[in-house]
Design a binder for this molecule. Structure first.
Ligand code: AMP
Length: 285
């Protein structure tokens, strides 16, 4: 039976008990409306821990004032069933008042790598992410935490934060899970109209183009990015917000690729009011 915890203090007490009983705790932070991408992370956590805590919290602090907080999709009962089936022992689903009570004033800011890409497009987003992840770590006290490569910059930010703040947790990153046609799974895909949903495959086509170009010897990122843009605009109504070819660790833009580089190719593309992100990492040979 899935155990549901809704209270911060109770959850903290439960994870302390588990630790005292010698259990290895794995945590998978999510905003719910679970799909196969989330479930793959829960299964990874299950392989690395005795007890998996999946957290479900739509974190207002990581949404900008004009973003989709109010309409973010939710289905608690379905999430419970899916989370349990994938191996979750405890679902932690606090309410906003419990996480950010009146008088709440403390935020975690990771500098530098949050100024680019998603951080540039979504000011304050990573401050919200770093804060909630720190809080969830303090509440669930995990030995291991699993995040998805889908949010590549989030991974870089959390890695930096864990190292800088000496947080005693092992990070595991799960690969991007995709729909059969290549679209990266996302709770936000439900916003897409049927036409937009069909067009949205261009993100993965653009990534495939970039991978192919690099494999074929292209080393100028300007040429790669131009080609990607053409793939997107030629067969969709998608509006490119950014396209990037950056060092996977520092997130600095690369002009010229060198052998051995770990290149993060990433993008944000809008379809109507829906904003989609996707990425791939290429090691230059
Ligand atoms: P979210 O609920 O969107 O905040 O995502 C929760 C976690 O699931 C994050 O670590 C995401 O990177 C990860 N995630 C979301 N979509 C996918 C996907 N398609 N494949 C793998 N992981 C994902």
């Amino acid at each position: 039976m899935l155990e549901v915890q809704r209270n911060v203090k109770e959850m903290q007490r439960r994870s302390r008990m588990l630790r005292e009983a010698g259990k290895r705790i794995g945590v998978v932070p999510t905003m719910g409306y679970l799909h196969e991408g989330h479930l793959s992370l829960i299964r990874i956590a299950r392989d690395h821990a005795d007890v998996v805590i999946t957290t479900l919290f739509v974190n207002p602090a990581q949404f900008g004032p004009t973003e989709d907080l109010a309409r973010y999709p939710r289905d608690f009962d379905r999430d419970c069933a899916l989370a349990e089936k994938a191996g979750t022992a405890i679902l932690f689903a606090p309410d906003t008042e419990n996480m950010y009570p009146e008088g709440y004033s403390t935020y975690v800011t990771v500098e530098g790598i949050t100024d680019v890409l998603e951080g540039k497009s979504r000011p304050g987003h990573f401050r919200g992410v770093a804060t909630i992840v720190t809080k969830l770590f303090n509440i669930t006290n995990p030995h291991v935490a699993v995040f998805g490569q889908k949010d590549a910059q989030q991974v870089a930010v959390i890695r930096r934060m864990v190292e800088d703040l000496n947080i005693d947790v092992e990070l595991i990153i799960g690969p991007i899970v995709r729909e059969p046609d290549g679209l990266a799974m996302s709770s936000r895909n439900t916003y897409l109209s049927p036409i937009e949903r069909k067009e949205a495959v261009v993100l993965s086509h653009a990534l495939a183009f970039a991978e192919r170009s690099i494999k074929n010897g292209e080393r100028h990122s300007a040429a790669i990015l131009l080609g990607m843009r053409q793939v997107i605009t030629a067969s969709s109504s998608g509006k490119v917000e950014y396209l990037s070819c950056a060092d996977n660790r520092t997130l600095r833009e690369l002009e010229h690729l060198e052998r051995g580089d770990h290149v993060l190719i990433s993008m944000a593309v809008r379809f109507g009011t829906t904003r989609l992100i996707d990425n791939t990492v290429v090691v230059v040979e």
